[in-house]
Design a protein around this ligand. Structure first.
Ligand code: EPS
Length: 388
């Protein structure tokens, strides 16, 4: 089983990611992890922070000469901005006087529930950890996890399908390699040049108004074998695990698998993906993929499709009404430096989070302590399915 933990505050010295359970013998390309971290930093609509940071994963355990050793893998990403926050984020009580206390909670953020729950006087003690800066650590982990899937031909891609009210079209027949290339070149990670211009205009208008924008991203994974996850127990269902992981991301309010909520509006006969059999290739086929690649909590072998809805960021430059936690007086939410729209980054984050969950389900199915052992198990299973 793969598991991970992250640590670190948004303006603390470093972000830390520890992954446990990775088998030995997998080739790990640190430059590819850093490439995913750089992708997370991009996108039209981000704020000043991304000009300061250059997120890079430093490996401090678990990888030797480019290969996993089976031991816990630890990545550390430096927060370059910490040098501007050293006194305000200091662990030393003597620096207490230096820091201004944040007392005006932002509606929509963890601020208010966090101070009440943890009995804190300074909202900064909550917002620093609640910040989506934490996703830097999760992207490092997911970028690592996708390299555990790479030898088995699994490809995972996240891209943007809408920002605010602007929907981007995706040509239904575009192969994943092409979709990867096109969305990578887009400033807002869409595959629709007309929508891209409309989105950029919308972000500009929103910025002028001191407002923020949410959006929907889609993650696709191809190359999955049938049977990842299981129908036998609630916490082994692949779709349930994906939804849990994705809903745990900052600002996520909804997850759909396949056609999602639309499935509730159509008849069963219009929904379910009819089954065929290809005698030459010796495998079962589907006439459609409305299920999004899962049935009964297991992968069907068809492309996995999940959509994730992110709400607009809660730090508004034209803040909403709030109440001061100290004086209880009427106030407006505190202003922190922030982004207008982080949806292009959210696509990369969702992509890597899905990669982690898939790698975990994959290792569970083909379990072993080394690449060689897992490969044997995987090939033996494919043979079993072919001969079924
Ligand atoms: C960041 C995500 C956002 C940014 C943050 C960096 O976090 P939050 O969820 O708190 O809005 O605002 O940048 C800053 C806090 C800053 O100082 O500009 C990220 O993805 O790295």
């Amino acid at each position: 089983m793969l598991r991970f933990i992250t640590a670190g505050e948004s303006h603390g010295p470093e972000l830390v990611a520890v992954v446990e359970g990775a088998p030995a013998g997998f080739a790990i390309d640190i430059a590819a992890i850093n490439h995913d971290l750089a992708r997370r930093q991009k996108g039209y609509g981000r704020g000043g922070r991304m000009l300061i940071e250059k997120d890079e994963a430093r490996v401090v355990s678990g990888i030797r000469f480019g290969r996993t050793m089976g031991s816990p893998v630890t990545f550390i990403v430096e927060n370059r901005d910490f040098k501007n926050w050293e006194k305000r984020m200091s662990a030393d009580p003597r620096d207490r006087g230096e820091a201004k206390v944040v007392t005006r909670p932002r509606p929509g953020h963890a601020d208010l529930a966090g101070v009440l729950k943890y009995n804190l006087e300074d909202i900064r003690d909550v917002l620093e950890r609640a910040s989506a800066r934490e996703t830097t650590a999760r992207v490092a982990i997911g970028a690592f996890a996708r390299q555990l899937l790479a030898p088995f031909g699994v490809h995972v891609l996240g891209y943007v399908v809408s920002i605010g009210s602007v929907e981007a079209k995706v040509p239904p027949s575009m192969p994943i390699e092409e979709l990867t290339r096109v969305t990578e070149e887009s400033q807002v990670r869409v595959a629709d040049a007309t929508a891209e211009q409309a989105i950029i205009a919308e972000i500009d208008a929103c910025k002028k108004d001191g407002d923020t924008l949410g959006g929907i991203v889609e993650v696709i994974a191809v190359g999955l074998p049938v049977g990842l996850g299981s129908h036998v127990q609630w916490d082994r269902k692949l779709d349930g695990r994906l939804a849990h992981a994705l809903l745990s991301l900052q600002a996520v309010k909804g997850v759909e698998v396949g056609i999602g909520f639309e499935a509730a509006r159509v008849r069963g006969s219009q929904l379910h993906d009819e089954i065929g059999y290809d005698r030459e290739l010796r495998h079962f086929t589907r006439h459609s993929n409305n299920s999004g690649g899962t049935e009964g909590g297991m992968s069907t072998g068809e492309p996995l499709r999940v959509r994730v809805a992110f709400k607009p960021l809660s730090t508004l430059m034209r803040p909403l009404k709030s109440a001061d936690i100290k004086s209880k007086a009427e106030a407006v939410g505190a202003i922190e430096r922030s982004d207008v729209c982080a949806i292009p980054a959210a696509a990369v984050i969702a992509e890597t989070v899905v990669a982690f969950e898939l790698a975990n389900a994959f290792l569970e199915k083909f379990g072993g302590d080394s690449l060689a052992e897992i490969t044997r198990n995987y090939q033996g299973y494919l043979e079993q399915v072919r001969n079924f």
